[in-house]
Design a protein around this ligand. Sequence first.
Ligand code: NAD
Ligand code: TYD
Length: 337
Amino acid sequence: MRFLVTGGAGFIGSAFVRMLAKSTNAEIVNLDKLTYAGNLENLASLPAHVKHRFVHGDICDAKLVESTIEQLRPDVIVHFAAESHVDRSILSPDAFFETNLRGTLTLLEGARKLKVPRFLHVSTDEVYGSIEPPHEADENYPLRASSPYSASKAGSDLLALSYFVTYKLPVTVTRASNNYGPYQFPEKLIPLMISNAIEDKPLPIYGDGMQIRDWLYVDDHCRAIMAAIEKGGPGEIYNIGGSRALPNVDVVRKILAALDKPESLMQTVKDRPGHDRRYALSSEKLMRETGWRAEMPFEEGLKETIAWYRSNGDWVSRVKSGEYLHYYERNYGGRAV
Ligand code: NAD
Ligand code: TYD
């Protein structure tokens, strides 16, 4: 099969490309702008024989998108490219509008004009907003986005689904819970806490730290996307939940214990505005229709992730230099309580 992957130099996109390279002989074209979150080092382990071509560019560039599709004639577009971090969307929402909405629209238009037979739009459980216990969101749950990030993802989901209804473009939307694993940019909770703890730096806990996230190992997510491509229906939405719902402080305590670091490194800071209290997903539809299951137990996935960050200090220090320092100061400076 021929795959056009967008955002394949980011955290989840690169795991998907590595998975394709390992388990198929697919031809892969990887379109990525290499923003602060994109990193070709994430693909350095691809064996030489793999049919992978990297295209450096923006999904908002209609000409580039169309010529890339025209050349490859993909069987499927798997669309990961996005601005993906809630805190950054609160500081600077514009790029979220551009990439997540304009970029998705540009890809959908390219796919429609050139009749791409399948379009998998990768989305998030954050589009449902905070879920009151004991409820879980199924795919028909109302969209109640809280942040500019989740609003831009909800908008892009609706655009993608409208292309199925209006133009019969065979679009499938997946909505996954919080991912973790190797190569995640250390702005997100788990890699930020691991890398700060390794350096004996304070671990910033937003508010009371009792917000709940359902953790999904990145490779389980990638298998779920393949299952949705192979066995899911066009025009359908599939939730992809994780293997473990936990309050943030419990996650951070586990990280500190695994690294043999003191809990005194945890530092309460001012809460994130609009902070969603709890995410909870039902993945029953995906499990029933495709047989997919989240396989990685959280403790084991966390252990592997910590081991990866410990033995990839060079990767961490490269991505934590330059732009990262500026972002860190903007997001965390003046947040002490
Ligand atoms: P990431 O931030 O690690 O990577 C995003 C990638 O997209 C980067 O390689 C970046 O260079 C690229 N990109 C950004 N703007 C672009 C543009 N205009 N043109 C081309 N490329 C561009 O993100 P991630 O965590 O790997 O998330 C991937 C997708 O999965 C996103 O759509 C995100 O909304 C979704 N998602 C993420 C999570 C999570 O926990 N990280 C959970 C559910 C869904
Ligand atoms: P994050 O990884 O940003 O994912 P999302 O907000 O998309 O769920 O954050 C996960 C949880 O961790 C969320 O409740 C916010 C919290 N958090 C902190 O307490 N401190 C931090 O420094 C970060 C980045 C997140």
